[in-house]
Design a protein around this ligand. Structure first.
Ligand SMILES: CC(C)(COP(=O)(O)OP(=O)(O)OC[C@H]1O[C@@H](n2cnc3c(N)ncnc32)[C@H](O)[C@@H]1OP(=O)(O)O)[C@@H](O)C(=O)NCCC(=O)NCCSC(=O)C[C@H](O)C(=O)O
Ligand code: MG
Length: 294
């Protein structure tokens, strides 16, 4: 059975006020781009940044990259105008900051729909406050328009009074709760940013850890980190080859009326086949993106 998986290994933030960054986004190998109106944009630059983002998306050239507009909160002076712009911008998704309740999602959704947002526009939520994380399950189930959760580990660390440690132990509970909520509702889920651009080793560790925990990918702040992130979140050639062996061996076993089989000495059941199919589909989707130049 064919399975569709959208690669979201690397999703790069860029300030909506930075036209050069938006231009560069058209040629970077990121799976997605977050065109930011919130924290990366100074108050005086918010209104012009809205125009810059709208014009950039309208001009096109982003290929298969997923385009996500991060708006300001509705309690800020810019939130409503941001949502109205994003509604008809042609973006794939709107990313709401600091979401703390399902009502926050529904309120934003009502503004988007009233502004003419198409049914295809997804709503993504930043999970970056203690209350938001505790309400992750309700937020993830707030609307069928939900597309994904993004961890805001910088804001979260601040609110938790937590340290940024290499092993990210202080974050683990929050990461786990958001992952659980996303998987319950079939949403995408992206890990937070690694702030130290000179710490290649720490970055590689956090990518590996994020993938092992179950994240689909990681949010990034600089283009130089995209390639390593893509590698870390893509299934390796060995993993794909093993997944194919699992699918084939289980298919042969099923044809003989057996429910289980050993592959490379390990027990394989239906659940392993499901995961193997996901890995193969992800590998194929990545190959298709790469061959299209995105
Ligand atoms: C961090 C930066 C300000 C560094 O910018 P800069 O000094 O320009 O870097 P470089 O000179 O090394 O840039 C080299 C070229 O790459 C382009 N570039 C740099 N960053 C980006 C980017 N993010 N997107 C696209 N292109 C980028 C430069 O234009 C240079 O190109 P060229 O002209 O060809 O030489 C900068 O990287 C930056 O602004 N990063 C994004 C910051 C951001 O968006 N922050 C907000 C999101 S993080 C967050 O909010 C987390 C969350 O909410 C939480 O709570 O955790
Ligand atoms: Mg934040």
């Amino acid at each position: 059975m064919a399975m569709t998986v959208r690669p979201r290994r690397s999703v790069l933030y860029m300030p909506g006020s930075n036209a050069r960054a938006l231009e560069k986004g058209r040629s970077l190998p990121a799976d997605g781009l977050i065109l930011d109106l919130e924290d990366a944009v100074a108050p005086d630059a918010k209104a012009p940044a809205r125009d810059t983002i709208r014009e950039a998306i309208a001009a096109g050239g982003y290929g298969g990259r997923e385009l996500i507009v991060r708006t300001n909160g509705l309690s800020s002076p810019w939130g409503y105008d941001d949502l109205r712009m994003a509604a008809t911008s042609g973006a794939d998704a709107v990313l709401l900051p600091k979401v703390e309740s399902p009502d926050g999602v529904r309120q934003a959704e009502a503004v988007l729909r009233a502004a003419g947002a198409p049914e295809t526009l997804r709503i993504w939520c930043m999970m970056e406050t203690p209350l938001g994380v505790l309400n992750a399950r309700e937020i993830a189930g707030a609307s069928p328009a939900l597309g994904g959760l993004v961890l805001g580990t910088s804001d979260l660390a601040k609110d938790l009074h937590a340290a940024h440690t290499r092993d990210r132990l202080p974050m683990i509970t929050s990461l786990g709760l958001c992952l659980l909520a996303a998987r319950v509702y079939g949403l995408a889920v992206l890990d937070g940013v690694h702030l130290d651009l000179n710490d290649d080793e720490g970055f590689a560790f956090s990518c590996r850890q994020g993938r092992e925990l179950g994240f689909d990918g990681k949010t990034l702040i600089h283009p130089k980190t995209i390639a390593a992130c893509n590698d870390a979140f893509a299934p390796s050639a060995d993993e794909i080859a093993q997944a194919r062996r699992i699918i084939e061996a289980h298919g042969e076993a099923a044809a003989q009326g057996k429910g289980v089989v050993l592959v490379d000495g390990k027990l394989v059941e239906n659940l392993h086949v499901e995961n193997a199919r996901r890995l193969v589909a992800l590998g194929e989707a990545i190959a298709a993106l790469d061959s299209a130049g995105r």
